[in-house]
Design a protein around this ligand. Structure first.
Ligand code: ATP
Length: 360
């Protein structure tokens, strides 16, 4: 089982600026006091009680830690240490300085398929490594694909966020409705047994977007997106794919297949002629085809806007929640003055829950 240190993380690391935020806490820069080396710390709030909606259950964090410990690969974020206090767990992980791959690409004037393939190959290598260990990520999307150092001549891909990842056991079925609508496969929506093939669907979606700047199943609402996925409603519209090679489309078509067992595996992808050309003609095709940069930039700008909108929404919700907690505490104090008999443990929580649902 994963070893969580009970010491205070601040005794070993100086806590620095915020690098990012997720659903269950923040990621901050850490500076190791002894060596001066920089790391990142993922601060995850722990759930206080079974009925609480806030924070993560300890066993969920344990699962993420155990999975990261099993995944030592150049293209997967490395875990160094884990600290635990009563309220939170801190995962000390390698600091990834290059930002998201999609942001890096969006800054370019143009990009040939060849260059995009170099990144895709690294994603596939990381994914093949985890799939060989029977681990599925289940949340592959642009936000979780980062670069170690964007100034390097050949920036290295780092896959992050193993919060939804699962170790799959032969003979045991795993189902889940988690994930991000645009990137999940039909088997997730249909609540069918999941496998590593669900990650391959997500890679198909990511590749489609990377080449065209269009999201294959995007509807006007999440419901419509999910319906498009189940109905397999996608096509390569000429106006977005005019610069794309046929081999690239073939690669995507072999991933966006409804039956998960028919999809290419990560190992098979690495041998697909678009990724590993066998003839000079195939290699030449890739270097002549480019990604639809104008549309990709638009897609990325919209994606960033949605991310910051979601963050503002989450912050507003948090401050609303803090206000409700304050009010509930005041109610609690008032009630305990009125009656010493009342159960002050359970009422404030139900009050918060009721108010939350009516305000969300
Ligand atoms: P989510 O709510 O998306 O599931 P999470 O709570 O699991 O998120 P992460 O996705 O792991 O958290 O991290 C949140 C953000 O912090 C990332 O999007 C990224 O911007 C930043 N981040 C995560 N890990 C690192 C790292 N090792 N180095 C630098 N920044 C990081």
């Amino acid at each position: 089982m994963a070893q969580f240190k009970l010491q205070n993380v601040e005794d070993f690391y100086e806590i620095g600026e915020i690098l990012g935020s997720g659903h269950f806490g923040q990621v901050r820069e850490l500076r190791e006091r002894v060596s001066g080396v920089s790391w990142a710390g993922k601060f995850v709030k722990l759930r206080r009680s079974v009925s609480s909606r806030l924070g993560l259950e300890r066993k969920t964090v344990e699962r993420e830690v155990e999975i990261l410990q099993a995944l030592q690969h150049n293209n997967i974020m490395a875990l160094k240490d884990v600290f635990e206090s009563r309220a939170e767990v801190v995962l000390v992980v390698e600091l990834i300085c290059g930002g998201e791959l999609f942001d890096f690409i969006a800054e370019k004037e143009n990009l040939m398929e060849n260059d995009a393939i170099e990144f895709l190959k690294q994603i596939l290598k990381g994914v093949a490594f985890m799939h060989n260990k029977h681990i599925a990520h289940f949340d592959l999307k642009p936000e979780n694909i980062m670069l170690s150092d964007k100034k390097a001549e050949h920036p290295e891909i780092k896959i992050i966020d193993f919060g939804l990842a699962q170790r799959l056991t032969t003979g045991e079925e795993y189902r889940s409705l988690c994930g991000t609508p645009q990137y999940i496969g039909p088997e997730v929506i249909n609540y069918e047994p999941l496998s590593t093939a669900s990650d391959m669907w997500s890679i198909g979606v990511i590749t489609y977007i990377l080449l065209s700047g269009m999201s294959p199943f995007q509807g006007d609402s999440d419901e419509e997106t999910l319906r498009n996925i189940v109905d397999m409603k996608y096509e390569f519209e000429d106006q977005y794919f005019s610069q794309t090679s046929d081999m690239a489309k073939d690669f995507i078509e072999k991933l966006l297949i409804k039956d998960p067992s028919e999809r290419m595996t990560a190992e098979e992808c690495l041998l697909h002629p678009w990724i590993k050309p066998l003839t000079r003609k195939q290699a030449a095709n890739r270097s002549r085809s480019s990604i639809n940069m104008k549309n990709f930039k638009k897609f990325n700008a919209r994606r960033k806007w949605k991310m910051s909108y979601n963050m503002v929404w989450a912050c507003n919700r948090l401050s609303r929640l803090q206000l409700l907690c304050k009010r509930a505490k005041e109610d609690e104090e008032l009630r305990s003055c009125e009656s010493d008999q009342e159960d002050i443990e359970t009422k404030p929580a139900s009050l918060i829950r009721r108010r939350l649902s009516s305000s969300s």
